[in-house]
Write a protein that binds this ligand. Sequence first.
Ligand code: KE4
Length: 428
Amino acid sequence: MNDRSKELFSRAQKRIPGGVNSPVRAFRSVGGDPRFIRSGKGSRVTDVDGNTYIDYLGSWGPLILGHAPAPVIGALRRQIGLGTSYGAPTENEVVLAEMITEAVPSIDKVRLVNSGTEATMSAIRLARAFTGRNKIIKFDGCYHGHVDSLLVKAGSGVATLGLPDSLGVQPQDCSSTISIPYNDIDAVHQVLDLNRSEVAAVIVEPVAGNMGIVLPAQGFLQRLRKLTREHGALLIFDEVITGFRLLYGGAQALLKVKPDLTCLGKVIGGGLPVGAYGGHRSIMKWVAPEGPVYQAGTLSGNPLAVSAGIAALEALKKEGVYAKLAAMTASLVVGLKKAAGEAGVPVRINSIGSMFTVFFTETEVRDFQTAKTSDTERYARFFHAMLERGVYFPPSQFETGFLSLAHTKSDINATIELARAAFREVAG
Ligand code: KE4
């Protein structure tokens, strides 16, 4: 029963575009009406009709500690009585910057912003200024926020320049952006050679999370690092999802590849709005007011968001945190694969650390083309079959599921049991 959600959704659509403040929340790719959430605690969320769900969305990544974790709530309680924003530097911004630079060796200096989009937008501007070049290479299926120059659909063939992927983005906004297939290192080589000394940067999700999970092929990132260095282009890792999610030092620590610039977000805000970009001091010194690359933000380094971020990172520094998350995710994945097999439903599950995606396809998913072989209609039916049973998966085949430190063995076992029934339901 979700009458109250339905009523709120019809009210919302009168005053908010699509009734939501971010498109993917509207359930358009899975159909049906979104559930309006009233509260979250630990591994669960409760909607306005009183239905509770084991939550694998985790607010699209930030909630690695689960909902309303005590360390973050405590930090917010201590801060809120001291005020919410001063528009002046604070000690905690220094503390968070020191934690990030200590955790990520490739980051000597870091600038806090308010979203992942601001982080990638600023990193691109900085790369263009630092190199004196214009062109950007990105990868099909990777999403870096709603930056005009990165809202690009792949042009046909590897050499053609990008085309706008949204109305309102002008052709000239993305005519310097080339989008090529993820994991296609030969295409990278070809494009860098074709655009010799014109490419400012290559921006990549080191583990892609926005086409569902797609892992970098063996050696892909290492060769990307080598090629960009040889061509004088900067390598930007968009770790908005993977930063402090896959390891305390992010995907770059796990995969042992050092980018020139890193974009962060989600986890480092502990559930409040934060983004960040950082890198080698020789590059970061170009950022205003130290250098000529302008970037600003009224609430950048906001005391509430920063105190939540510090509390979250302190909790993640504890011994064994990431091993526990990976082990729990692995047992969920094994159980889901078995449940799908018993129901005769072909799935491919990609996972790494505490991230996973159930693709409804028999094809190995290694880039956007293969991800798109998935049966999105069957995914939609599976999503609702699980939702009705009290399990909240991402409302899109091309998104990532997340576990948190609040998920328990009984959550995992219950999810697998419920999935057994859901897979049977969608088998036909
Ligand atoms: P935000 O501007 O949404 O904070 O971050 C943009 C962004 C940048 N880079 C990566 C790798 C990202 O995944 C994102 C945002 N992720 C999406 C879903 N995967 C956020 C959900 C939404 O758009 O509502």
